[in-house]
Design a protein around this ligand. Structure first.
Ligand code: MLT
Length: 306
């Protein structure tokens, strides 16, 4: 019997790849005529679609690195792993809020640059305590844009931390968002959410409607001293406008998961190398979820997205 061929385009968790039984599957990075592709961040835009291809599995939530419409028109099914890395992202968003509230990165830079004897260090500690005085999260308002699996987890944990949480999603109300804490308040527009929040966290996919969602005009609506967190995709935010808002002192911090040459080293920017989903657990969960979907689809034609 011919084996199904699964080509991997990135490092994929062995736990996930183990879901393809070896007696029925060949799994490798250098296959020709694949039945399925499994990838993480590799881009399929511009790639010639092999005629043998029947399904693609993205071991993550976003599918913006896949030309989904083109795949569909060629009869290639596209699967992703919604929710499978939501806990990992949620934990990093909370970390991001704390990094911003307690000025931790700036304080670390300050300590790192210290030179001198114990007396000098002692004086620096006194200066640092004043310079980097922060604030606490309870009572502050978090606005969550996007109430999918990740946004909901972020909203719920913020409630647990004593924050007020308001949510906005163009497609659903807070009342309909799956597993969202009942006390999360509805914001009726992005503008309302921005103007009421001390922290704004973005959890929407990158599509035409969300590209540049946070632009110069909307940034002006944010409270002075607010922090913007972007663990979704870089183009959702107009970075030039954000850098300007930081420079002018309106925005306190921009915490994001995408380093860019323009933002690197700029005061107020805390940029990470796309670490949101980079935990062992999230990588395993995502890989298992897409492998199961691909296997079911190839063997039975069944489509599920869980
Ligand atoms: C996602 O879309 O869930 C992330 O981009 C996953 C990843 O980091 O690979």
């Amino acid at each position: 019997m011919n084996k199904y061929k699964i080509q991997t385009l990135n490092n994929i968790s062995p736990k996930g790849l183990g879901r393809f039984p070896l007696e029925r599957y060949e799994v490798a990075s250098d296959l020709s005529e694949p039945d399925g592709l499994v990838l993480r961040s590799a881009s399929l835009h511009g790639m010639a679609i092999p005629p043998s291809l029947k399904a693609v599995g993205r071991a993550g939530a976003g599918t913006n690195n896949i030309p989904v419409a083109e795949m569909s028109s060629r009869g290639v099914a596209v699967f992703n792993a919604p929710g499978a890395n939501a806990n990992a992202v949620k934990e990093l968003v909370v970390t991001g809020m704390l990094l911003a509230a307690r000025n931790i990165i700036a304080a670390w830079d300050f300590v790192h640059g210290l030179d001198g004897d114990a007396d000098t260090m002692g004086q620096a500690v006194e200066a640092g305590k004043k310079q980097f005085k922060g604030f606490e999260l309870p009572g502050r308002t978090l606005g969550v844009v996007g109430l999918g699996a990740i946004g909901v987890k972020v909203a719920n944990v913020a409630q647990d931390l004593g924050m007020q949480v308001i949510g906005y999603d163009p497609a659903i109300t807070v009342g309909n968002a799956w597993q969202l804490d009942a006390s999360v308040e509805q914001a009726h527009t992005v503008e309302e959410l921005l103007s009421r929040s001390d922290f704004v966290s973005l959890h929407v996919p990158l599509i035409d409607a969300t590209r540049g969602l946070i632009n110069a005009d909307r940034l002006k609506l944010m409270k002075t001293g607010a922090t913007l967190l972007n663990f979704s995709r870089a183009p959702i935010v107009d970075e030039t406008a954000v850098l300007q808002a930081l420079e002018q002192g309106g925005l306190h911090r921009y915490v994001c998961d995408f380093p860019t040459p323009e933002a690197r080293g700029r005061a107020g920017v805390i940029a990470l190398p796309h670490l949101g989903a980079s935990t062992q657990e999230a990588e395993d969960n995502c890989a298992v979820m897409v492998a199961d979907q691909l296997r079911d689809y190839l063997e039975t034609g069944n489509v599920r997205n869980s």
